[in-house]
Design a protein around this ligand. Structure first.
Ligand code: F1P
Length: 349
């Protein structure tokens, strides 16, 4: 096995989750006080690329847990399209996630919101010395989750975990926090179980078109699965809400398509029917999740976590990352440095 940075960063996730949980829980009283004082009408989650997909999953989870209105916006929209982002006379908290803390759009988003007194800005980053950390009103930094690879893997799950823990702290949902605290142990056994499956599926080059499906908080995870494969292999990959997929995109299905469904127990009957149709149209159906006995799919990736739908979100990622990683190796490419990409996108203007 080639020891790339990407591989190490994927595999070390459960241990880094442990550190993130400890760090955020140690700030629980402080975070509660901060949000009590701010009393936001709305929380905006923002970022770019992988960090925007963090925002999508975080916003869905945050609103469901706290009842506070939350939405995800690409960081560029915050300063290029502010009228459609900020509500009038709303007390707003803007939470920007960024591995590097130096991506131009996320830094400009925070600067714009501050200069125009539109929001209190919180940064979540792995880089405490970054520009984002310097200008934000509050910072949660995760130096233990810094990465050498261009593609984001462990930083995705760790930065997302901060927002999930924040949602649990603010909603005082002890059950949710207890489930999140079990992720490091469960995650280690999930990785050991799913890696051989990821490797063997990745070795099958019959499929060249990949479709990732996820609903609610899982839509951001589906986008992230899609992006990992696209960045590292440049293969054709897309992501959709599973029911939206029926409204047009389903017409692309054929024998070269592999559909990866991130199963959400709450919509099981809809998912089962969709998987039946995916197979009827000649595509391959891979289903990931808990309690998959009643699916008629080609491959089941059982997470066997025993956790609720929102608490087990992170556990989908190692399979998706390892699948993309092993396909990259199979194609003779270097997972650490995908073509045309750099670790940080810094814009001149
Ligand atoms: C986000 C990001 C990555 C992408 C690429 C460039 O950076 O867009 O999602 O994979 O490496 O950077 P960041 O703001 O989280 O540092």
């Amino acid at each position: 096995m080639v020891q790339t940075h990407t591989y190490q960063e994927i595999k070390q996730q459960p241990e880094t989750w442990r550190q993130t949980i400890k760090l955020v829980l140690s700030k629980a009283a402080e975070l509660k006080q901060l949000f009590n004082n701010l009393n936001p009408d709305e929380v905006l989650f923002t970022g770019c690329g992988t960090s925007y997909y963090i925002a999508m999953t975080a916003a869905s989870t945050f609103q469901e847990k706290t009842g506070i209105s939350a939405k995800a916006v690409p960081a560029s929209e915050v300063f290029l399209n502010p009228g459609a982002v900020f509500g009038k006379n709303k007390r707003t908290v803007l939470i920007g996630s960024s591995r590097s803390g130096n991506t131009t759009e996320v830094v400009r988003a925070v600067a714009y919101a501050q200069q125009n007194k539109l929001a209190h800005c919180i940064a979540i980053t792995t880089q405490p010395d970054s520009e984002l950390a310097r200008i934000a009103d509050d910072v949660i930094s995760l130096p233990h989750s810094q990465e050498k690879s261009v593609v984001m893997t462990g930083s995705f799950t760790n930065l997302l975990l901060v927002s999930q823990l924040l949602a649990g702290i603010l909603s005082a949902d002890e059950g949710f926090l207890a489930e999140l605290s079990r992720l490091p142990d469960i995650g280690a056994s999930v990785i050991a179980r799913v890696e051989p499956i990821a490797e063997s599926l990745a070795a099958d080059e019959a499929y060249g078109h990949f479709i990732y499906l996820g609903l609610g908080a899982y839509l951001g995870l589906a986008y992230e699965g899609m992006l990992k494969l696209k960045e590292m292999t440049q293969l054709y990959a897309e992501a959709f809400n599973p029911l939206e997929f029926r409204h047009g995109p389903i017409s692309v299905l054929d024998g070269q398509c592999r559909v990866l469904l991130l199963s959400n127990g709450a919509i099981r009957s809809y998912e089962r029917a969709l998987v039946d149709d995916v197979r009827k149209f000649g595509a391959d159906a891979v289903v990931l999740g808990d309690g998959l006995d009643d699916f008629h799919c080609n491959v089941k990736i059982a997470l066997d976590s025993g956790l609720g739908d929102l608490s087990r979100s992170l556990l989908y990622l190692p399979f998706l990352q390892l699948f993309a990683y092993h396909r990259t190796l199979k194609m003779g490419l270097n997972p650490d440095s995908p073509r045309n990409l750099e670790q940080v996108v810094v814009l001149d203007e």
